[in-house]
Design a protein around this ligand. Structure first.
Ligand SMILES: O=C(O)CCC(=O)C(=O)O
Ligand SMILES: [Fe+2]
Length: 295
């Protein structure tokens, strides 16, 4: 397996390279979610903007331009994407298809490594924040959300900060396990499974006291079905026929993966949210579907 430490090193080279910032600020605005996202691009809460950087690279590393500092790492990043896609994602997709009593390649077929789509690798870095920023956001670094793709593979890293929201309304820390991955389901999986596999609601908060002086880094694989896939329930699943289907939109209005990702990424952290339930949940409407953000 390609080494994760080397991938971490690639991330540092990418983010430390001064020209990468200017170069990718421009590309990020052109390509939406691809390339370099500078700090303070998103609004978190009470006028406080984010303090995290990331660099997203399509699994087809030749699809877009990269700055010189990144180019030596591209073969390795591509191998890392392939490893994650075939050795981690495929078994997960097989299990999820079997869970719906569908043929085991049913979900793999719509997640082609060589198909047109935006499944990508993300390198991420969180910077410490001021006391004032912590106070105004109630220590939330990245608001509660679901990812918009089908599956997110998060390589476990030792700085606690990631939490998931349980059905009981409680946020719980995700514990680090060496050499493990965290698998989250996203919106596309919830749509395809008619609500049977719920998108994981997760957020990032200030780490516990003993880790607050450390910089937190992450490597992720954000998976989406192919762009052309219509995100309507797999209604031929015997399981869904038994338990029933939850539809967030009528099937004939279901967005394609391309429509859904474009709507979600252009709105994220940029649009005005409407408060529901006090200030705990905020909502916006994208492609006719209500999307919630959790504080
Ligand atoms: O930093 C993390 O652990 C999670 C990041 C995340 O949820 C995201 O980038 O969508
Ligand atoms: Fe996320």
């Amino acid at each position: 397996m390609p080494s994760i430490p080397r991938a971490f090193f690639a991330r540092h080279a990418i983010l430390a390279f001064p020209n990468a910032r200017a170069f990718h600020r421009r590309l990020f605005s052109i390509y939406g979610e691809q390339g370099y996202k500078p700090r303070q691009y998103w609004h978190i809460d009470n006028g406080v903007r984010d303090q995290l950087e990331h660099y997203n690279i399509n699994r087809d590393v030749t699809k877009r331009e990269h700055p010189l500092a990144v180019r030596p790492f591209l073969p390795e990043i591509e191998a890392f994407a392939k490893h994650t896609h075939f050795n981690i994602l495929h078994p997960v997709l097989r299990l999820l298809a079997l869970g719906l009593e569908l043929p085991e390649d049913e979900l793999i077929k719509i997640h082609g490594f060589d198909a047109v789509g935006e499944t990508y690798v993300r390198f991420m870095k969180y910077y410490p924040r001021t006391q004032d920023e912590e106070a105004k956001t109630n220590n939330v670094w990245l608001k509660g959300h679901t990812d918009f793709g089908s599956i997110t593979v998060l390589y476990s890293q030792p700085i606690a900060a990631l939490q998931i929201l349980g059905k009981d309304g409680q946020w719980r820390w995700v514990k680090h396990i060496e050499n493990a991955v965290v698998i989250n389901a996203g919106d596309a999986m919830e749509f395809l499974s008619g609500g049977y596999y719920k998108g994981t609601i997760h957020r990032v908060v200030q780490p516990p006291k003993d880790q607050q002086h450390l910089t937190r880094s992450g490597v992720f694989y954000f998976v989406m079905p192919d762009d052309a896939v219509k995100l309507a329930p797999l209604a031929h699943s015997p399981v869904l026929q038994r338990v029933g289907i939850e539809r967030r939109v009528p099937d004939d209005e279901a967005p394609t993966m391309e429509e859904w990702r474009r709507g979600r990424t252009s709105a994220y952290g940029q649009s005005e949210l409407t408060a529901e339930d006090g200030r705990k949940v905020e909502a916006e409407v994208i492609n006719g579907v209500v999307v919630k953000h959790y504080n």
